[in-house]
Design a protein around this ligand. Structure first.
Ligand code: MN
Ligand code: MN
Length: 457
């Protein structure tokens, strides 16, 4: 098995690699939440001629080969379809990524004052090393929904002129006891409170600093303290994606798990022209907390959307829907771990993904004795090899970490429940789930090419 460095192989395409990386950096800098991703991707798809499936249904337009539609739900999950020339019963070519990422959500009653400071209570979302989320600039993103139905979008901390927020850390001088603690409790969940102000409101005695913050929120954003109850506000690392490395070969950005796969998947499907198989790209929410709920991969939204699509094609029947789902094949587009020379002990060097070598396939994920893994069928893996080799796409097939080192999962097993072929594949990243994750530009590019090849197959 030969490991090739893609930078040498793609030497003539470096302009395209850089161009795609720049576009990705712009996307991931403006889209840090699932809502922002859905809104952004909807705009892109519309510009590429996609129609809202709801409008298609309302108009009674019949979908034909080449038709492009999207379906979104609650503004947090979206599915794109391009109708193929072959009978849809032969199955769809699906890529599926998630657009939620670990972060600090605000609690329903977040704002309080203590000792002359105003703070926000948070509840972390997804698997994080809590100690990584202190002493760094955070931005507030999200929506506030008022009783009258009005929805207010909030972003504080992204414009260079904006203030940033943050969670304080204990000074090293007084951290003797803290430094002896286990990593999981060095910083505890209940202590992830963000500092947001210190100036008292003029003429107020009780909770004057908190009242001052509320007056700013009321003036600038037109919402009051009770409106926090019906809000989804979240703290994410502030600031744009950056080139990483003296040679600028990598990208450092928040939320690359899994937007570094979502973005190439969407870019691939919006440019698909007259495919043989019907193509589908699913972007789900809530993967980081188990794919649960109405907008997670566990919901019926995907299945319902396929039923609606088939109905708009004049081809719906319950049995045919079952056949479409079973006969489909899917790339579960999610990041994998890049081999990190600082932590060689957690990887089997013969069976891990390396940055700079292209797409990272995981035949199975899971933990310990493959518990919880969705294991791609060998026959399907052979087909994937053929597709990628024919399209001259570079990839590795590996595992996430050493046996007994830990493990992970994706949305693969949920889609596999329909009986379809599913394999995990995505961009290898460093620092997964840390505030700033790192990936190789050449791998992002190669993953885009790989998803394109899969759609065109
Ligand atoms: Mn992921
Ligand atoms: Mn993750």
């Amino acid at each position: 098995m030969e490991n090739k460095n893609l930078w040498s192989i793609r030497r003539k395409e470096l302009h395209d690699v850089d161009k795609f990386a720049e576009e990705f950096k712009m996307f991931i800098s403006r889209c840090k939440t699932e809502r922002e991703c859905v809104a952004d991707f909807t705009e892109l798809a519309k510009a590429k001629g996609f129609k809202d499936l709801k409008d298609v249904i309302a108009d009674g337009t019949q979908l034909v080969p080449g038709s492009k539609v999207y379906a979104s739900h609650m503004g947090k999950t979206i599915i794109f379809f391009v109708v193929g020339s072959e009978d849809i019963e032969h199955g769809m070519n699906i890529t599926g990524a998630h657009i939620d990422s670990p972060r600090l959500d605000l609690k329903p009653n977040p704002l309080y004052e203590e000792d002359g400071l105003a703070l926000l209570e948070t509840h972390y979302y997804g698997g994080i090393k809590k100690y990584q989320w202190v002493a760094l600039p955070l931005a507030l993103h999200g929506v506030v929904c008022k009783r009258n139905g009005e929805k207010i979008a909030v972003t504080i901390g992204e414009n260079p002129k904006d203030p940033v927020l943050g969670v304080s850390d204990l000074l090293i001088h007084l951290a003797q006891k803290q430094m002896e603690k286990k990593g999981s409790v060095v910083v505890e969940g209940e202590d992830l409170n963000a500092m947001v102000g210190s100036i008292p409101l003029d003429g107020e005695e009780k909770e004057a600093v908190k009242k001052h913050i509320l007056s700013i929120l009321s003036e600038k954003y037109d919402f009051n303290e009770k409106d926090f109850l019906s809000a989804e506000l979240t703290l994410v690392p502030a600031g744009p994606a950056r080139d990483y490395g003296i040679d600028r070969s990598m990208v450092m950005a928040y939320g690359q798990d899994d937007k570094v796969c979502a973005y190439p998947a969407v870019r691939a499907i919006v440019d698909v022209q007259n495919p043989r198989h019907t193509c589908c790209c699913i972007l789900t929410d809530k993967e980081e907390i188990g794919s649960v709920g109405a907008t997670g991969a566990e919901s019926r939204f995907f299945e319902n959307s396929v039923a609606e699509l088939m109905n708009a094609m004049g081809q719906y029947s319950e049995l045919k829907l079952r056949r479409v789902l079973t006969n489909s094949q899917m790339i579960s587009a999610d990041v994998t771990a890049a081999f990190d020379p600082n932590y060689p002990d957690v990887e089997d060097k013969k069976n891990c993904a390396y940055a700079g070598q292209g797409m990272g396939f995981n035949k199975y994920t899971g933990a310990r004795g493959k518990a919880g893994s969705s294991d791609a069928n060998a026959e399907f893996v052979a087909k994937i090899r053929r597709i990628m080799d024919d399209a001259n796409v570079n990839y590795s097939i590996s595992e996430l970490g050493k046996v007994d080192a830990g493990g992970g999962g994706t949305i693969a097993y949920l889609m596999a429940n329909y009986g379809m072929d599913v394999i995990d594949c995505g961009v290898p990243v460093f620092n997964m789930h840390a505030p700033w994750e790192i990936s190789s530009k050449i791998d992002i590019y190669e993953t885009w090419k790989g998803y394109e090849a899969f759609y065109q197959y």
